[in-house]
Design a protein around this ligand. Sequence first.
Ligand SMILES: [Zn+2]
Length: 221
Amino acid sequence: MFIGHYAPAFIAATSRRSPKLGTLFVAAQLIDISFFSLLLLGVEHLRLVPGATKMNPMDLYDMPWDHSLVGALGWALGFGLIIRLLGRDWTAAAIGATLVLSHWLIDLLVHRPDLTIAGRPPLLGLGLWNYPAIEIPLELLFAFGGLWWFVSRTRAIGAAGRWSPVALAFGMAALQAFNWLSPQPTAIIDPAPASTGALGLFAYGLLSLLAWWVARTRQLS
Ligand SMILES: [Zn+2]
C-alpha cells in the first residue's frame, strides 16, 4: 500500500477532535518516513529483488526500528506526545497515535512476511502484493473512497477549497501510477539505490503539503 494508507487520515479528519489532515497525512506514513530516512542513513536496509512480490521488488529484510509492532508503537507514542505538547488535547493525541499505528496494520495486509513483532521472527504479512487483482482495487478504494468521505463532509472556503481536493487527487493518482508503472529491476540491486529512499520521502512530503493545503481551504460542514 502507498496511497491506501491515507484512508484512515481522511476519515479521522472529519472529526472535530482530530488533528488536521496535513498532520494526519504525516502520521499515516510516519513509519515509512522513518524507514526511508534510516535507509539513507544506513541504519536500516533494503535490497531490490526482481519478483520479490508481483507488484513490488522490495526485499524488506531489515527494518526493526519502524516496521516491527514494538517500533511502530514507539513512533505512535512519540507522535501522540508531540501533538499533546503542541497544545492539542489527549483525544487529538490519541487519534494521531492511532493513525501512526494504522500504517503497520495496513502494511500487514500487503507485505509478504517481512514485518515483525519486535525485530526478529516470526515474520508476518498476508502478501496482497502478490495478488494485484485484489490489491489494486483495494488501494484505489481506500485512497479515493477516503477522499470522497472527507470531501462529502467538508465544504470549501472560497475557490481554492474547491480545487485543493482535485489537486490532492491528481497528486495521489500520479505518484501511485509512478509507483506501479515504473520499470522493475532485472537483477538484484543490493543495497537499493539512495534514490529509493529519497523518492519515498519526496512523495510523502508532497502529499502532506497538498493535504495541509486542503485542510486550510475546507472546513467541516
Ligand atoms: Zn510501511
